[in-house]
Design a binder for this molecule. Structure first.
Ligand SMILES: Nc1ncnc2c1ncn2[C@@H]1O[C@H](COP(=O)(O)OP(=O)(O)O)[C@@H](O)[C@H]1O
Ligand SMILES: [Mg+2]
Length: 288
């Protein structure tokens, strides 16, 4: 009999992280796998120790990349692979991969590293960015979820204030896709196949995230949307992915981001499809 750990972050207090883990645990149990929920800190990363009874595999819902690597080093199959978690964890980093694979996305410029106690405000760099992307534009921090660190910058004052505030932080400048204001698509992919998709839209915010007030409904994807979402997941190597797509001019799809640990509760509620079952089935096919 197979066994698995479902790892989530134990420091986050919101119930939605545990809820996500429970969905996976229940799916594993339905498939006859003995499953255990674990907070990341419940596995001690003792580099001199050994595991008495390692699980057959780990479903890793956290961004504790060091822990994911630690488990992989012990020979345990980890899903997604730690390399993928690391690539996607930082949006700037994942855009590098997406661009390398010629994935259609908004025009994006990765901000240069600026140490927090210093500034390049007088260098002319920011003026070049303004000239290239124009206003309004999007500024997006490397690390952020639920739309919380994505900013719509509409004035020069706001632009300079944000670049000043983000010294020491990884972020990108990005073309604002006006035709996609307040709307996007979430596509859940497992092992290169689309399992579920939903259209999200918000009347109150430029961000379509449900956590930000967006509402969602089932959508029938076009061939172009399907193809791009699958290629985006493949570009970052993600076996499990939640790909966000934007609507470009003439509705042509653009990749907004790829989530390596996409939440599956909302898409379950909206579509009735439990992505967790597909994830577990995929893992069992792979490790058998
Ligand atoms: N370049 C963009 N143009 C238009 N809307 C965007 C753009 N980037 C992000 N958005 C909107 O903001 C939301 C959050 O951005 P996203 O990159 O998915 O970050 P998060 O990880 O916080 O979900 C998206 O779902 C989309 O609605
Ligand atoms: Mg998103």
């Amino acid at each position: 009999m197979y066994s698995c750990w479902v790892i989530y972050n134990g420091s986050l207090t919101s119930d939605k992280f545990k809820d996500q883990a429970v969905l996976i645990k229940e799916a594993a149990e339905r498939a006859g796998v003995q499953a255990e929920l674990k907070r990341n800190y419940e596995v001690t990363m003792d580099l001199t120790g050994n595991f008495d009874s390692p699980p057959s595999f780990v479903v890793f819902l956290d961004k504790d990349i060091l822990l994911a690597k630690f488990l992989k080093n012990h020979g345990i199959p980890v899903f997604n692979d730690p390399v993928v978690i690391e690539t996607c964890d930082n949006k700037a980093n994942q855009y590098l991969e997406l661009a390398k694979h010629s994935i259609a996305m908004p025009e994006t410029i990765i901000a240069p590293k600026v140490y927090p106690s210093f500034t390049i405000a007088d260098s002319g760099y920011y003026e070049k960015v303004l000239k290239k992307l124009g206003l309004p534009m999007i500024i997006k921090e490397g690390h952020g979820s639920f739309g919380m660190r994505v900013y719509l910058i509409e004035t020069k004052e706001a632009f300079y204030a944000k670049t000043d505030e983000l010294r020491g932080v990884d972020y990108v400048f990005q073309q604002f896709i006006v035709s996609s204001r307040g709307r996007d698509i979430r596509v859940n992919i497992v092992g290169g196949e689309i399992v579920a998709a939903m259209y999200r839209h918000s009347e109150t915010d430029f961000r379509a995230n449900i956590t930000n007030g967006g509402v969602a409904e089932v959508i029938e994807l076009t061939q172009a949307q399907k193809g791009l979402a699958i290629r985006a997941a493949e570009a970052v190597g993600a076996e499990f992915a939640g790909v966000d797509l934007l609507f470009g001019e003439d509705e042509e799809p653009l990749v907004c981001e790829v989530n390596a640990a996409a939440h599956i509760r909302n898409i379950y509620n909206v579509t009735g499809i439990n992505v967790a079952d597909a994830m577990i089935a995929y893992i069992l096919r792979k490790i058998e």
